[in-house]
Design a protein around this ligand. Structure first.
Ligand code: BGC
Length: 753
């Protein structure tokens, strides 16, 4: 009751704003009401999206066409104007064609939930970070993730999502690693496709981003990433290819960086040759915010829409069409793509309409996804799950675990209800580059599950005091975290020192004081663990979302059996990475703190080089090929039960069918992620193995199940630059199956051609 009142009130300012704007800005109000209901022949739903788009296009003036090619600035940052009034104050708005009843495109960031909702007086769910969803390896969870985002966007009046990040983890110190879906293109691509399907099922335009190779934040607006076509197509681009061809997003956001010399948003190879021709993407490409750098070049390369403003795609674009330097057919093609995507996603047939977000459903979805994504990294002598009946004292230490859990920042940031948990209530909106803690308290979740135990909190700011608190307890649970955000990279894989506290040292001291120490990590990226031998158990909880603490509590006390597996390798140290440090831009190429003005950014900052000389060897492919031992391998994760694998058969055909049996050999029900890898014939000259399929199997204690994973032949192929296409190299393929990339008990060799 208390809750519902709070949420009902949270919606009030929006209503107040709408009423006020009608009273005081009459013109705005009239315009709002004047938009005619769409009635033209294009409303015939038996026609295809392409046919409907063409019917609209025929009626449009040059000005109307150009207006569809750009945004009108970021409503979030600007006063209400005639143009942006119908928007929801998100990050982008394109005006549509009001005369013909074609609505505006109202965009919000929505990586792990709808951005800027608190500041707009609304509520939205923070799902666990995207990397946590990837750790679930669960296609149904990915769909639910996207559907929740679509639902809440729609409820808030938006009709386009800017989510769907799928740049693979080529650089694990990238500050946006939490927004992405791990280091493997088949895993990331499969999950993003499902996420997009979920979002678009709610009649919201889905987008995948940042196309492509935007793998570090340092110098992201100037860096030139060089890579061979073969390595590109088999690594980062394969994730996008799967996402685009299986998820059918209506939009793709091109990225800030340069690729092989050209900015991604004016890169003909990326936008036209690969995306639009080879993958037959029928939707539209919009630039990342400020990622457009030209008019004629970008247009010819395949950029359809500039965001958030109209530096190049407004008056300059119109002038270019009038001067004949941009052919009308090219303009029409861009407009057609935008319109057909609006029809295809359903934003015209199902106009956006505000409703009330259901926060309770949101909490439940967020909790379940987090429960499926938490990874149990270590569990000596079954230290977990905790037995509430036996434990009398628990020391909960560090990382504000008394009040909340950290979230990822930047444009992905979701506003917590009531504000930042570590600040006094009501301190207001979230700010760029501020650590935001969600009010989901691990301490309370632990106490609730161990009602008879004395649960004490120590802030962990003094490692010696924390160790003393741990010493006297039956169990010590020490939390450590690493905050990540757009706009920065991580200096190293080490857990950071926050406010003078060396978290590695804190963990080491606590674990030395209490043999029953459980470490809970809240990170988006892999971290090194010089103390790994010391604690009894380690959990990776990622950024847990709105209800992270309950998910964690359920895993700690065993009402949920952990089933997540790592979507990123945890290397031993920075020295083992392909590039031991993140390549930094020179001052003149520095976007975030350098001297550059908006005009200079628009023109393009001078490039600096970050060659992708590791090529296709991203993540585990690198460690395998270079023979480097890792801390925790890709695909690794423990359970409270045990599984065994048997009976592999591999049947070639239009897809390669890999059939095997998974048995739950332990005493608890659980869900096992079964992973299928392939080693290609030596003549293919590929890294030792690659993931080609996976499935998550739910099994009761002692139950077994025979499953078949169908492998797309493309996942077994190489990209042949000569042929400019995928080729299956004839020869012997070893198919390997098991529960972790380093533990694949089943092997079979099959000859393919
Ligand atoms: C980010 C995008 C985001 C956009 C709008 C950019 O800085 O790279 O991911 O969608 O801003 O906020």
């Amino acid at each position: 009751m208390k809750h519902s009142l709070r949420f009902a009130l949270a919606g009030t300012p929006v209503l107040a704003f709408a009423v006020l704007s009608c009273l005081s800005v009459t013109a705005v109000c009239q315009r709002h009401q004047a938009a005619p209901a769409p009635t033209g022949p294009w409303m015939n739903t038996s026609l295809s999206p392409d046919e409907r788009a063409d019917l609209v296009l025929k009626e449009m003036t040059l000005d109307e066409k150009v207006a569809l090619l750009h945004g009108i600035g970021m409503p979030t940052d600007e006063p209400v104007t005639l143009e942006n009034a119908p928007s929801n104050r998100g990050v982008g708005y394109a005006v549509g064609v009001p005369r013909l009843g074609i609505p505006g495109i109202d965009m919000s960031d929505a990586a792990y939930g709808v951005r800027s909702s608190g500041v707009n007086g609304r509520y939205s769910t923070a799902l666990p970070a995207n990397v946590a969803a990837a750790a679930s390896w669960d296609v149904d969870a990915a769909y639910e993730y996207g559907a929740l985002i679509g639902r809440e966007l729609r409820a808030q009046g938006y009709n386009m999502s800017l989510g769907g990040g799928v740049d693979i983890t080529r650089e694990p110190r990238n500050g946006r690693t939490f927004e992405y879906l791990g280091e493997d293109p088949v895993l990331a691509g499969t999950l993003v496709a499902k996420l997009i399907e979920g979002t678009q099922s709610e009649h919201v335009i889905g987008d995948i981003k940042h196309y492509a190779f935007n793998d570090q934040e340092s110098g992201r607006n100037s860096v030139n990433n060089t890579i061979s076509k073969r390595a590109a197509r088999e690594s980062d681009l394969l994730a996008f290819e799967i996402g685009v061809t299986k998820g059918h997003p209506a939009a793709v956001m091109c990225s800030y960086n340069r690729v092989n010399g050209d900015f991604a948003c004016e890169n003909k190879w990326l936008l036209t040759d690969v995306l639009k021709k080879d993958w037959q993407f029928p939707g539209f490409v919009l630039s990342d915010w400020g990622g457009t750098h030209s008019t004629e070049k970008a247009s010819a390369a395949g950029l359809d829409n500039e965001q958030p403003g109209k530096f190049f795609y407004g008056d300059k674009y119109k002038a270019a069409v009038e001067a004949g330097t941009i052919p009308t057919s090219e303009l029409d093609e861009h407009v057609h793509r935008i319109l057909r995507s609006m029809f295809a996603a359903g934003v015209i047939d199902y106009p956006r309409q505000r409703s009330v977000v259901d926060p309770f459903a949101g909490f439940e979805t967020a909790r379940k996804i987090e429960e499926g994504g938490i990874v149990l990294l270590k569990n000596n002598k079954a230290a977990l799950p905790l037995d509430a009946a036996k434990i009398r004292t628990i020391a909960v230490i560090g990382a504000h675990s008394d009040v909340g859990m950290i979230s990822g920042g930047g444009s992905a940031q979701v506003d917590p209800i009531g504000g930042n948990a570590i600040k006094p209530a009501g301190t207001g909106a979230t700010h760029w580059q501020e650590q935001i803690w969600f009010p989901t308290s691990p301490l309370k979740a632990i106490q609730a599950r161990a009602p008879r135990a004395t649960v004490k909190y120590d802030p962990g700011t003094d490692p010696a005091a924390a160790a003393a608190a741990a010493k006297g307890a039956d169990v010590a649970i020490v939390f450590a975290y690493e905050w990540e955000s757009e706009g920065m990279d991580l200096p190293s894989l080490a857990l950071p020192v926050y406010q003078g506290v060396n978290q590695d040292n804190l963990i080491a001291q606590v674990a030395a004081a209490n043999p029953h120490t459980i470490v809970v990590l809240e990170t988006g990226s892999p971290v090194s663990m010089p103390w790994v031998e010391a604690p009894a158990a380690i959990l990776e909880a990622w950024f847990g979302g709105s209800d992270g603490a309950n998910a964690l509590g359920n895993v700690l006390f065993g009402s949920v059996n952990p089933s997540g597996k790592l979507p990123n390798t945890f290397p031993k140290s920075d020295a083992d990475l392909p590039h031991p440090t993140v390549t930094q831009p020179p001052p003149e190429s520095q976007h975030f703190s350098g001297p550059a003005s908006p005009e200079q950014w628009a023109k393009g900052l001078p490039p600096f080089e970050r060659p992708y000389d590791e090529g296709v060897k991203v993540g585990y492919k690198w460690y395998d090929a270079e023979n480097k031992a890792v801390l925790f391998p890709f695909g690794y994760g423990l359970s409270y039960t045990t599984y065994s694998y048997s009976g592999l058969t591999v049947t070639p055909g239009s897809t390669v069918k890999v059939t095997f049996t998974v048995a739950n050999t332990g005493g608890r029900s659980g869900a096992e992620i079964a992973e299928v890898y392939a080693a290609l014939p030596a003549s293919a000259q590929e890294p030792p193995k690659r993931l080609v399929g996976f499935t998550k199997v739910k099994l009761d204690a002692k139950q077994k199940q025979t499953v078949t994973v169908e492998v797309d032949p493309k996942y077994l192929s190489i990209f042949d630059e000569q042929k400019d296409g995928w080729t299956l190299v004839p020869g012997d393929y070893t198919i390997m199956v098991g529960g972790s990339s380093d533990k694949l008990p089943l092997k079979a060799t099959v000859s393919l051609k």
